[in-house]
Design a protein around this ligand. Structure first.
Ligand code: AMP
Length: 309
């Protein structure tokens, strides 16, 4: 007897709820023209699919702040270096569409690479038109993944032009990406608000990520220690002030390998605008950031230092 897919009443997965899927730029423009003629405001959530509750919390935010919601699913080849996991990146469109339907998303834009980049490009090296945000993209994840953020901004600006949202929602989990996109929107006079949605975490604190599926059971036990270390570091800085930040960063960078991580890409404290910390910077303006490797998986997280922590 065929088994039915598990039902999840919160997400709609397995319930067979449908969502409208568009594949071409022309279809999206037609759709948004119709919505605008009705006076509707449009919220957009851009994703690479393999959706989880973190993505869906962005959709919920878009749902409550707009008349219409469009989500995009596109594994952007421009933001992967040749040695990175573009080919193996998890893809499950059918499940993604069910999840989005369950959150009352109106339309999904899931283009092919050819539909997104009509010049036929598949990498940043091939792109003729590149979008780059100087100063914010060379640090932290940008230093570890050269060209990564140029791949993000080049694709995200294209998405902004195609969809033309009133509001676009980005996750705090990728905080550096949010700051870069926000700056690009400012510089390019995009008529959209760029909004931040809090990091959605597993009960043990691990930030939800599409890449968490790469973790073995043993690695999954280690992974939440990144959050725990950042949280403890944030509390320490909240208590003692910004002057202690270099010491805290050093202590955490030393502790993470002892906690089971294979290597540490970076641990940093910066302001919410990604500026370097001065000893007198008010602690409420600070965030802790880290990226580590666990086997072949790269995990990132960040955490606001709150005065009350
Ligand atoms: P991705 O599909 O990984 O490119 O992510 C698409 C969007 O979802 C980005 O704005 C991410 O920051 C956001 N996102 C991913 N994971 C989470 C999470 N755990 N909590 C909140 N937002 C997230």
């Amino acid at each position: 007897m065929p088994t039915s897919p598990p039902l999840d009443t919160k997400t709609g997965a397995g319930l067979g709820v449908a969502v409208k899927v568009l594949r071409t730029v022309a279809e999206v423009r037609q759709q948004t023209r119709e919505w605008r003629s009705e006076g509707a405001e449009i919220g957009c959530v851009m994703t690479m699919g393999a959706l989880h509750e973190g993505h869906l919390s962005l959709v919920d935010a878009a749902r409550s702040g707009n008349d219409k919601v469009i989500s995009t699913i596109f594994v952007n080849p421009l933001q992967f270096a040749p040695h990175e996991d573009f080919d193996s990146y998890p893809r499950n469109e059918e499940r993604d569409l069910e999840l989005l339907a369950g959150r009352d998303c109106d339309v999904v834009f899931a283009p092919s690479a050819a539909a997104m980049f009509p010049g036929g490009e598949r990498s940043m090296d091939e792109m003729r038109t590149k979008v780059s945000v100087r100063g914010l993209t060379e640090v932290m994840c940008g230093a570890q993944r050269p060209g990564h953020f140029d791949g993000v901004t080049t694709e995200v600006l294209t998405m902004f032009h195609v969809v033309g949202p009133d509001r676009a929602y980005f996750g705090e989990k990728d905080y550096q990406q949010y700051v870069i996109v926000r700056r690009m929107a400012l510089d390019q006079q995009l008529p959209a608000e760029v909004l931040l949605v809090p990091t959605f975490r597993e009960p043990d604190g691990l930030a939800k990520s599409s890449r968490n599926v790469y973790l073995s059971a043993a690695q999954r036990q280690i992974a939440p220690r990144l959050y725990a270390e950042l949280k403890a570091g944030a509390a320490e800085i909240a208590r003692h002030g910004a002057a202690i930040a270099p010491e805290t960063v050093e202590r955490i960078a030393q502790a993470l390998p002892r906690k089971g991580f294979d290597s540490v890409d970076y641990v940093e404290v910066r302001t919410h605008d990604l500026d370097p910390v001065q000893p007198g910077t008010p602690v409420g303006e600070l965030r802790m950031f880290a990226a580590v490797r666990l086997g072949g998986t790269r995990l990132i997280d960040s955490f606001a230092v709150r005065e009350t922590t």
